[in-house]
Design a protein around this ligand. Structure first.
Ligand code: DX5
Ligand code: ZN
Length: 234
């Protein structure tokens, strides 16, 4: 099966709907329907009940999603010991794999392993983790993900204090002359998308704002795009 096309960011803000807020009984349809929504990636939250107090998808689900959509799949691994599973997730169809700083004692090696598997590499930090801790591995990151909530559940409110870390990482990406994308994840909606982008985010993950939108996922993506177009116009 041909790999989906991963579009690097810098020319536009990308929206990555999180399937965590979709109907788990119809995940394949949800992923497929996003193709026409204007979203450019599908964000897949993998939870192990250890790093975070919740369980979600595994490699079999990723295989199903890979068949269901041509959109790139970005996996957000909220699991301990991700190194043990990188190859399996890559084979299952991941285009990007993001791991958490908090569970990777050898983060540089883990990010290099992800790239060696022909996937985009991502590093995520929790709200309590300082942004500076990513500075020395940014060169190895295609994505730097700032958690704007405590991970584990959708539907929480964005923690405003986390946005200063988006600013810090954006500055550092530019200072080092990198193409690393800065991504925000958690509580992102039309009311705060402008603040996220103003802080320096170029990928917005959104679950509830998209899948629970009154006009369905396409309405949710459109509402975020509208909020972003106002950002661009100002
Ligand atoms: C939570 C996940 C998020 C979550 C975001 O741990 O990483 O991707 O789905 O959902 P909302 O947008 O509802 O906060
Ligand atoms: Zn996520």
């Amino acid at each position: 099966m041909p790999r989906s096309t991963w579009k690097p960011c810098r020319d536009a803000i990308r929206i990555a709907p999180s399937l965590l807020a979709a109907d788990f009984g119809h995940l394949a349809e949800a992923a497929h329907d996003l193709e026409e929504s204007g979203a450019e990636r599908v964000h897949v939250d993998v939870m192990d009940g250890v790093f975070v107090p919740n369980f979600t998808f595994g490699t079999d689900t990723v295989r199903v999603l890979r068949r269901a959509t041509t959109l790139p799949l970005e996996l957000h691994l909220m699991i301990v010991n991700p190194d043990a599973h990188l190859a399996t997730f890559a084979t299952a169809g991941a285009d990007a794999i993001t791991v958490h700083y908090e569970v990777c004692p050898n983060l540089h090696r883990t990010l290099s392993s992800i790239r060696a598997l022909d996937c985009r590499s991502g590093a995520a930090i929790n709200p309590s983790t300082p942004a500076q801790l990513l500075e020395d591995v940014l060169e190895s990151c295609d994505l730097a993900l700032v958690m704007t909530i405590d991970p584990g559940f959708g539907g929480q409110s964005l923690i405003p204090r986390t946005l200063h870390k988006v600013e810090q990482l954006r500055r550092e990406v530019e200072r080092q002359g990198l193409e690393t994308e800065v991504e925000v994840d958690g509580g992102v909606d039309a009311s705060n998308a402008k603040a996220c982008v103003d802080a320096g985010a170029d990928v917005l993950v959104a679950g509830t704002a998209i899948f629970k939108h009154k006009d369905g996922p396409r309405g949710g993506v459109a509402a975020l795009q509208l909020a972003l177009s106002k950002t661009a116009a100002q």
